[in-house]
Ligand binder design. Structure first.
Ligand SMILES: [Zn+2]
Length: 123
């Protein structure tokens, strides 16, 4: 699996990358959403950044910013569901096994989990 690995040290708040590429009005598998109907079909290396529910960066405007210390050799992650309203292609998170579909569906996931929890409690 491709991924983006840091070659430098970043402190919390440092800009890791700038988001650049053609602007689209719809999501693609390699795009990052930066606003309503604003998706940047990002160039390498940003397009190799994998999703994590425990990310070390976040999307801040048109920048990818470190939210904790990142050491050389560490993989860069951001939470796709924090920026994407609806992903072009949903997938199962390799860490938690939950579907990653986008912000639009996040509430739905929470409700489903709560529902499962309730069922487990009553058994
Ligand atoms: Zn996850």
């Amino acid at each position: 699996m491709l991924g983006l690995f840091s070659s430098s040290f970043y402190d919390k708040g440092d800009v890791v990358l700038k988001i650049s590429g053609p602007l689209l009005d719809h999501p693609e598998q390699t795009s990052i959403q930066i606003g309503p109907n604003k998706h940047v079909d990002v160039d390498a290396p940003a397009k190799f950044i994998n999703h994590s529910c425990k990310p070390n960066t976040k999307i801040d405007g048109e920048q990818i910013v470190a939210i904790q210390k990142i050491h050389p050799g560490e993989e860069i992650f951001f939470d796709y569901q924090s920026s994407e309203y609806e992903l072009a292609a949903s997938f199962i998170c390799r860490e938690c096994g939950q579907w990653v579909k986008g912000m639009k569906f996040k509430h739905e996931n929470v409700c489903l989990q709560a529902e499962e929890h309730k069922i487990m409690e009553t058994q």
